[in-house]
Ligand binder design. Structure first.
Ligand code: AMP
Ligand code: ZN
Length: 488
C-alpha cells in the first residue's frame, strides 16, 4: 500500500515520496493569538493532528512544526493585525505579550481538550525577527525586494519577469492580480498593487516594533512562516498545511519568498483543510457566525440543545474528510454521539469475547484490515476509515450474540488493530464515566460480596465489609428490599 496525498499545487492525488526516506517534515500555520480560537480554527488543527498521527502510525518519523503568530502581520484585506493587538491591549488593559500569553495558554488548553498532540516544535514569530530581517536582506540583495519609506516590499512583477510564476498555487494570473488588488496596506509605497510587504514601518502608535536596517518596524505575516518553516525543516520540506483560506495570498507568497531566496520550491506537498461552517456559512469571528469550544462543552449557547463532550466533537469532525466542507449542526452532533457510543461499546464488548479455534468465521480479518489501511493511505480518508470500523463493530456485536466466531489469533489482532486505529490514529478518547456512577458500581460489588459472605455464614467477613465502609463514611442499611447505602 502506498500513501497518496492530494497536493493543492498540482490539484492531484500523488504518491507520497518524502525527501528523506522514512522521514517527514511538516509545517502547519498556527493561530494568531490575539483572541480565543473558535471551533472552525479547531477543525483545521484537528485535521492536521489526524494527519500527523496517521503519518506516525504508518511508520514515518515526523518533525511537525506549528507556529504561533504573535507578531503584527498584514492580512489579505490589508488590515494590520497589529492594530488588533493594539485594540485588544487597550480593551483588556494588558501588555501585548500578556495578550499573547493569555491566548496561547487558552489555545493549548483547547487543543488538549480535543486530544491534539503537541507539535515537535512550536516556534513563535516574535522569536524569529532576526531570521526575518536576514531573509528580507537576502531578497533585496537578489533583486526581488525593494525598500520604500521604511517598509520593504516583494516585487511580484520582477519575480514573474524571471519566469517564476506567481499565482501557481491559487491558479491566479498576474493580470487578474493587477485588476483585483487594492493598494490598501501599501499607502502608495508599492511599485505595483500585487507586491506584498516583507517588512512594515511602524507608525508611532505601534506597540510591537523592532529595530531593522530600514528603521523600526515589524515583519510581514508571510515572511514569518517562511522564516520558521525553513529554519526547522530546510529550504525544501515535505508537507505544508493550513486552512483553505490561507492558500492566497499567504501560501502563494510563501512559495514566492522561498523560490526567490533559495532558487528552489519550498514545499513538495501543499495540503489544505476545508472549512467548518455553521448555518451553512463559514465560521468566522468577524461575521459573528462562530461558537467557542467552551460554549459547546458547557452548553452555554443558543445553537445546540445540549452540551457535547470534546470526544464527540472530534468524532464528528473526523466523520468528514479533511478536504470537505463540514456543516456543524445539532443533528450532526447527535448522530455522532450515537455512533461514538456504539463504537466505544464495541471496544468494551470485545474484551469479553471468548475465542473459538474450531469454527471458521465469515469475517475476513485480513481483508478488513486492508480496507481500513487503504482508506488511511488514500489521502487520509477518515470517513471511509470510520465506515470500516463500523464493519468491525457489526462483527463484534455478532460475536457477542454468538452468531459469529473468532480465533484466538484473530481476536488479538482485531483488538490491537482497533485500539491503534481508534485511539492512536483517530485520537478518540473514551469518555470517563461520572465518578458517582463508578462509586455506585463499586459499592454494589461490595454489597454483593457481603451478601455472599452472609449466605455462607462468614459473618466475620460480612461485618468487616460493613465496618470498614462505615469507617470511610459509607453506612450500609439492610432493609426488606435489600441493602442500600448512605454517604455520610
Ligand atoms: P487564524 O488564527 O485566523 O490564522 O486561523 C487559524 C487557522 O484556522 C487557519 O489555518 C485558518 O485557515 C483556520 N480557519 C479559520 N476559519 C476556519 C473555519 N471556519 N473552518 C476551518 N478552519 C478555519
Ligand atoms: Zn503561515
Amino acid at each position: 500500500m502506498q500513501l497518496k496525498i492530494y497536493n493543492s499545487l498540482t490539484s492531484e492525488k500523488e504518491i507520497f515520496k518524502p525527501i528523506l526516506e522514512g522521514n517527514v517534515g511538516m509545517y502547519v500555520c498556527g493561530p494568531t493569538v490575539y483572541s480565543n480560537v473558535h471551533l472552525g480554527n479547531v477543525r483545521t488543527f484537528l485535521s492536521f493532528d489526524f494527519i500527523y498521527r496517521s503519518l506516525t502510525h504508518l511508520g514515518y518519523k515526523v518533525r511537525y512544526v506549528r507556529n504561533i503568530t504573535d507578531a503584527g502581520h498584514l492580512t489579505d484585506d490589508g488590515d494590520v493585525n497589529n492594530d488588533r493587538f493594539v485594540k485588544q491591549t487597550r480593551l483588556e488593559k494588558l501588555e501585548p505579550m500578556e495578550i499573547v500569553q493569555k491566548y496561547t495558554v487558552d489555545f493549548h488548553k483547547v487543543l488538549d481538550m480535543f486530544n491534539l498532540l503537541p507539535p515537535n516544535i512550536e516556534p513563535t514569530a516574535t522569536g524569529h525577527i532576526v531570521e526575518q530581517i536576514e531573509l528580507t536582506q537576502k531578497l533585496i540583495e537578489k533583486g526581488f525586494a525593494y525598500e520604500s519609506n521604511g517598509s520593504v516590499y516583494f516585487d511580484v512583477l520582477e519575480y514573474n519577469r524571471r519566469g517564476l510564476n506567481y499565482g501557481e498555487l491559487s491558479k491566479r494570473n498576474i493580470e487578474e492580480l493587477f485588476a483585483n488588488t487594492r493598494d490598501l496596506d501599501g499607502q502608495g509605497e508599492k511599485k505595483n498593487p500585487p507586491d506584498f510587504a516583507l517588512w512594515k514601518k511602524a507608525s508611532p502608535a505601534h506597540i510591537m516594533r523592532w529595530n531593522s536596517p530600514w528603521g523600526e518596524g515589524f515583519p510581514g505575516w508571510h515572511l514569518e512562516c517562511t522564516a520558521m518553516s525553513t529554519k526547522y525543516l530546510g529550504e525544501t520540506f515535505d508537507i505544508h498545511g493550513g486552512g483553505m483560506d490561507l492558500k492566497f495570498p499567504h501560501h502563494e507568497c510563501e512559495i514566492a519568498q522561498g523560490k526567490a531566496c533559495n532558487d528552489i520550491a519550498p514545499v513538495n506537498y501543499w495540503m489544505h483543510a476545508n472549512m467548518l461552517t455553521m448555518n451553512s456559512q463559514r465560521m468566522s469571528k468577524s461575521t459573528g457566525n462562530y461558537i467557542l469550544p467552551m460554549q459547546l462543552m458547557t452548553g452555554e449557547n443558543d445553537f445546540f440543545e445540549k452540551p457535547f463532550h470534546p470526544s464527540i466533537v472530534r468524532f464528528c469532525f473526523l466523520q468528514a474528510h479533511y478536504r470537505s466542507v463540514l456543516d456543524i449542526s445539532n443533528d450532526a452532533m447527535l448522530a455522532s454521539e450515537k455512533g461514538f457510543i456504539r463504537l466505544m461499546e464495541a471496544v468494551k464488548v470485545l474484551n469479553s469475547i471468548t475465542p473459538n479455534d474450531e469454527k471458521q468465521s465469515d469475517f475476513n480479518l485480513e481483508e478488513w484490515k486492508n480496507k481500513a489501511y487503504d482508506a488511511l493511505n488514500d489521502d487520509f480518508n477518515s470517513p471511509v476509515l470510520i465506515a470500516q470500523l463500523f464493519e468491525a463493530v457489526k462483527y463484534i456485536f455478532a460475536l457477542n450474540d454468538a452468531k459469529e466466531t473468532i480465533s484466538t489469533k484473530d481476536l488479538e489482532d482485531l483488538k490491537a488493530t482497533l485500539h491503534a486505529l481508534i485511539f492512536d490514529v483517530l485520537g478518540l478518547q473514551a469518555i470517563e464515566e461520572n465518578n458517582n456512577e463508578k462509586l455506585d458500581q463499586t459499592l454494589q460489588v461490595l454489597i454483593e460480596l457481603r451478601n455472599q459472605a452472609r449466605k455462607s455464614k462468614n459473618f466475620d467477613l460480612s461485618d468487616q465489609i460493613r465496618d470498614k465502609l462505615l469507617a470511610e463514611g459509607i453506612e450500609l442499611k439492610d432493609g426488606r428490599d435489600g441493602t442500600t447505602y448512605v454517604l455520610n
